[in-house]
Design a protein around this ligand. Sequence first.
Ligand code: URP
Ligand code: ZN
Ligand code: ZN
Ligand code: ZN
Length: 483
Amino acid sequence: MTTVIKNGTIVTADLTYKADVLIEGGTITAIGPNLSGDKVLDATGCYIMPGGIDPHTHLEMPFMGTYSADDFESGTRAGLAGGTTMVVDFILPGQGQGLMDAAKAWHNKSGRAHADYSFHMAITWWGQQVFDDMEASVKAGITSFKHFMAYKGALMVNDDELFSSFRRVGDLGGLAMVHAENGDVVAELTAKLLAEGNTGPEAHAYSRPPQVEGEATNRAIMIADMAGTPLYVVHTSCEDAHEAIRRARQAGKRVWGEPLIQHLVLDESEYFNANWDHAARRVMSPPFRDKKHQDSLWAGLQSGSLSCVATDHCAFTTAQKRFGVGNFSKIPNGTGGLEDRLPVLWQHGVNTGRLTPNEFVAVTSTNIAKILNLYPKKGAVLVGADADLIVWDPAKEKTIGATAQQSAIDYNVFEGQKVKGLPRYTLTRGRVAFEDGTVHGQEGWGQFVGREARPAVNRALTAWKELTAPRPVTRTGIPATGV
Ligand code: URP
Ligand code: ZN
Ligand code: ZN
Ligand code: ZN
């Protein structure tokens, strides 16, 4: 059975042109004029683009005393409804748990996925077993390793562990990733705020000012430089972090920054809403920032100093958020966005003229596929690529609301936002999984996509080279004569 998408305009990260797309056996087999196939999808007035890749999700993840509410079933279903055809989810090993043991648990959890997925591995503790397991992880196609510089007493790793792990990632040709916030300072500020009676959700934002993110981003970049590994900074939310990333990139370092759709369009005033639930539902780390930081993130996407737009989809219900009544530090951190990332970015990016449709494709799909070594299987409209595609209707409109969403939670942080630009069809490996507002899911359709390691490009020019060069012994013992 062949499928052909006709009468549309193909939009990739670098080209815009009119052509039909032929699909057979889950991959694109021809692109050109006047193609025919068994099943015809009409793309009149629409763009044919690579499906979105969300490089940052937490599905059914144990966190802060509970589990994130969307699992691989509802999470990938939400993605498809919004044009996202792949997620890259974080495996979170428990303290003392082997990495491959945790990977097995994640493979078990992902069995009901409607769309393809890949994994990052989190390094949540350090020891010989983790060092050894990292090689097994790379061999199993899990080649990126995330480190939390925050969540002290739970997931946080210290600088010595960060340096050891980064060196290991560099040796293995993997990709180091960081959640960059100074966890020690956050812990101090949290204790002070609580002691002063600041228990509400707004205090979450006070406890994590931009400086804690800027400092940690700088520190991670310098440590990665000394370790000779490329670095991917997740959820870059402020100018302080963006500045560090810009500086590193200008110096030739392979450092990438990932703003979230939430930080691009929602600001810190959300935490001052008089309604406790409203504010708590938006508690995530890093917190939403003011306009100045939002402008910086948009500028980064426009200039190329920031590379991808993610969601960090880690959704909790209102009931779960209420674990933190009386103590903001107990509010499970995280927000949703899988279904909304593409439409909201199109609305605030393309419809305002801040991004071209090609730049939209780059930051939602192609750049991500390249950085994570998924390209051109994913992130491309090319013969031989997986037919993970969206037929995007720039004239289709809706108002975002929780009642019509796929996510399992009972609210939506973008509630009430009007968007123009939505998928008409979403295809996952050639299968039409979303059509005219309806998801035609197939549990278990999604496949794990392993990724290969590659040599650490940074080693040619970073401090790692100097630091690891053999040094002559310049002095031994006690000087023969004193001063
Ligand atoms: O608040 C957030 N971001 N929750 C998810 C876990 C993480 O830090 O990415
Ligand atoms: Zn994080
Ligand atoms: Zn509200
Ligand atoms: Zn995250």
